[in-house]
Design a protein around this ligand. Structure first.
Ligand code: SAM
Length: 255
């Protein structure tokens, strides 16, 4: 993964206007959605590192109604349906939604950005919400989390995975404590802008949006991952790469 270090220039929103302090709503994954599907289907980081941890925290899915937020090409949705869930999903990328509909014909998917209210979903209608590897791209994370909390049943849970703040700091340098946007070009030439922030900031955003952390995993790659990339396998058994959280509503009323 080639890294650019801290981001210095500005982004272009889909309105063509520069927003140096926002990732914005431009669907960054749209132009390489098929490549992402190819990469994530059986790749080290998605199939053998992130998904096992998220499925562990999602728990039993049989008969559950699940919202797959930033669903990508439907790799999670497909497995959740296989495990007996009823899945509704959304993503900001139109191409991802096309791929998702092809992969999971029984699911219900639409183009939607986490920056916007989920006004097409009623209160307290989902047992589980999943946000896998997408929160890094959201500017107003508290606002998005509050909306996801609204659609969860009182005993529901939100499972979120994201890059580990220590991993971000090790790769980006600078101050661990800065919340900032970085820009990278990943190995397949995908150029991405996203937020990095210290653990404290993520915990505060979770608190401000009315959630409690029920569980936090710092996953290790599965044994099979060693056959794909032994060096990464060993590194990720020494240092964190992602983290996975299960959040529950804090029960102290709406915020
Ligand atoms: C790394 S991919 C993860 C896809 C899927 N969750 C998975 O793990 O297979 C990130 C996804 O988040 C989506 N995304 C990024 N920012 C978003 C936003 N603000 N609202 C909705 N989707 C977003 C991207 O289009 C992309 O599909």
């Amino acid at each position: 993964m080639m890294q650019y270090g801290p981001m210095k220039d500005s982004s272009l929103e889909n309105d063509g206007v520069s927003h140096p302090h926002q990732v914005g709503q431009y669907p960054q994954y749209d132009s390489f959605a098929s490549e992402f599907l190819d990469h994530a289907s059986d790749g080290f980081f998605n199939a053998h590192y992130d998904r096992p941890a998220c499925f562990e925290l999602l728990g039993d899915l049989d008969g559950k109604r699940v919202l797959d937020a930033a669903c990508g090409p439907g790799l999670y949705a497909q497995e959740m349906v296989r495990r007996g869930a009823v899945v509704v999903g959304f993503d900001q990328s139109p191409r991802m939604i096309e791929l998702c509909r092809q992969r999971v014909p029984t699911g219900e998917f639409r183009i939607h950005d986490l920056a916007n209210p989920l006004d097409w979903l009623a209160d307290e209608t989902f047992d589980l919400v999943l946000v896998a590897l997408a929160f890094e791209y959201v500017d107003d994370r508290v606002g998005a989390l509050r909306e996801l909390r609204r659609v969860l049943t009182p005993r529901g849970a939100l499972v979120m995975s994201r890059q580990h703040p220590t991993a971000d700091w090790l790769s980006q340098g600078g101050s661990y404590f800065d919340t900032r946007i970085v820009e990278e070009t990943w190995s397949r030439g995908w150029r991405l802008r996203y937020w990095i922030s210290p653990l404290e900031r993520t915990c505060e955003e979770i608190h401000q949006s009315g959630f409690l952390i029920e569980r936090l995993l710092e996953p290790r790659p599965t044994d099979y991952a060693a056959t794909l990339n032994e060096e990464q396998f060993e590194r990720l058994h020494r240092e964190p790469g992602f983290m996975t959280l299960r959040l529950v509503r804090d029960g102290t009323g709406d915020r």
